[in-house]
Design a protein around this ligand. Structure first.
Ligand code: SF4
Ligand code: SF4
Length: 130
């Protein structure tokens, strides 16, 4: 991912229209593993706004403390992490007809290198980093 939405989310829809790569799904999407509960960010699509903005736009728009937090980079170093999370139902990674599951080894994504692994592992609030 990148960044992830937690159960603190109040489904206000302030974030989704701000995403430059349409990575955010509403709580009514059947591609959202938390359908009926709260919004979801597709880790295979999120680029942490690299090349689009200085900071994640979704977090800037979100009014709810703790609703958008850091997750791990969508890079091959975290292939197993995302594969396991997908198998557990934590993520719902796209299953491409020809390419198969779009894990980082199929297509990795940009991420903010200045964000430390400690900050990511602790699931810190994204807006606190800027
Ligand atoms: S960090 Fe940027 S690319 Fe990722 S979900 Fe938020 S707005 Fe979209
Ligand atoms: S802006 Fe925050 S509270 Fe609103 S839908 Fe997005 S993550 Fe949830």
């Amino acid at each position: 991912m990148a960044v992830m939405i937690t159960d603190e989310c109040i489904s206000c829809d302030a974030c989704a229209p701000e995403c430059p790569v349409a990575a955010i799904l509403g709580d009514d999407s059947d591609k959202n593993p938390y359908v009926g509960e709260y919004f979801y960010i597709k880790p295979e699509t999120c680029v942490e706004c690299v090349g689009h903005a200085d900071a994640p736009r979704c977090a800037e728009a979100c009014p709810t403390e703790g609703a958008i937090v850091w997750d791990m980079p969508y890079s091959v170093d975290f292939e197993e992490y995302y594969a396991a999370g997908n198998a557990e139902g934590k993520y719902m990674i796209r299953d491409h007809k020809k390419k198969g599951l779009m894990l980082p080894s199929v297509k990795s994504q940009a991420f903010l290198e200045e964000i430390s692994m400690d900050v990511r592992e602790s699931r810190a609030n994204v807006s606190d980093s800027f």
